[in-house]
Ligand binder design. Sequence first.
Ligand SMILES: [Zn+2]
Ligand SMILES: [Zn+2]
Length: 361
Amino acid sequence: MIQFFSYYSFLISFSFLCLSRPSFPARIKPDPSSTVTTVDSYNTTTWHDFTRFLDVGKGSQVSGMSELKKYFNRFGYLPIPDTNNFTDTFDTQFESVVLAYQTNLGLPETGKLDFDTISMIVLPRCGVSDTKTHDTRFQAKKRFAYFYGRPRWMRQAPVILTYAFSQNNMIDYISIKDTRKVFKRAFSRWAQVIPVSFMEIEDYPSADIRIGFYHRDHGDGKPFDGVLGILAHAFSPENGRFHLDASETWALDLEKIKSRVAVDLESVATHEIGHLLGLAHSSVKEAVMYPSLSPRTKKVDLKIDDVDGVQALYGSNPNFKFSSLLVSDNSFNKGIGLRNSRSSKWTISLVLGVSTLFLCT
Ligand SMILES: [Zn+2]
Ligand SMILES: [Zn+2]
């Protein structure tokens, strides 16, 4: 135990030392052809600052709490107040917001900004709101959900949805050939379970699903936010817009990219296609439709929850067997993120200390 605390103290001290070092350029463009080390800092990414609200409870007033309220507003939990400004007070309304978030994310429902909750808040995630608007209440049961009105693609069978890439909004460090392969695989995962197929076409404006990478404000009222934070968003049926944050370090193969903030492109693509088909966020942590994703994590296999949700909309692909879901589970975490692991519940500071240690070596 003494050794543990010595190590802990060392990490924290080391973190501060590292933080005081001169800063490096934010990003180096990844080169998928070779092993690349980037110097981007986890500690400067979107939402990292929210870690300071750990254990803040009802009745407290902490400077900057209004920013955390804006976060919850962005994801559908808290309306903008009549005064147009959020306060820094942790009031009763905010407690119910925290509770709703915990229910939706499958976390222990404490109504407090505890370790599990803060760890989840700072993780990168999808930009689509968590609110289950098909019901005025948040769901009590952990499972899949739909958008308001339960929209789906209303086409005559056989349903074939076309998709296209916006040629002017691609990322230059991943070839179009490789990008095509990733999205083809992601679409095929859904096509295997429902009687819907997907076909790539060249004509972007006429495609059902239109894919592009965008920086910051890109004209749809849902701006991206730089490294990590929001990773992507897609719109419910039959809109078809599918946008990814061009500021992320997108990875085809996590073995080849060393960046601590690399995000697996196929995992995010698979998740967003779920939205395009009509699924909202699931509260099942293992599901592809769970809203957050740690950096350096691959999560591409549909789980029973995802399949149940999408098949309730479209029916089952006649060739699909549920037993095939049990064959493989390639969800794994190669990263350092702030995953909600029972075995690593020391403190957020320790996790951040370790993160910084990696970044500084
Ligand atoms: Zn999402
Ligand atoms: Zn967008």
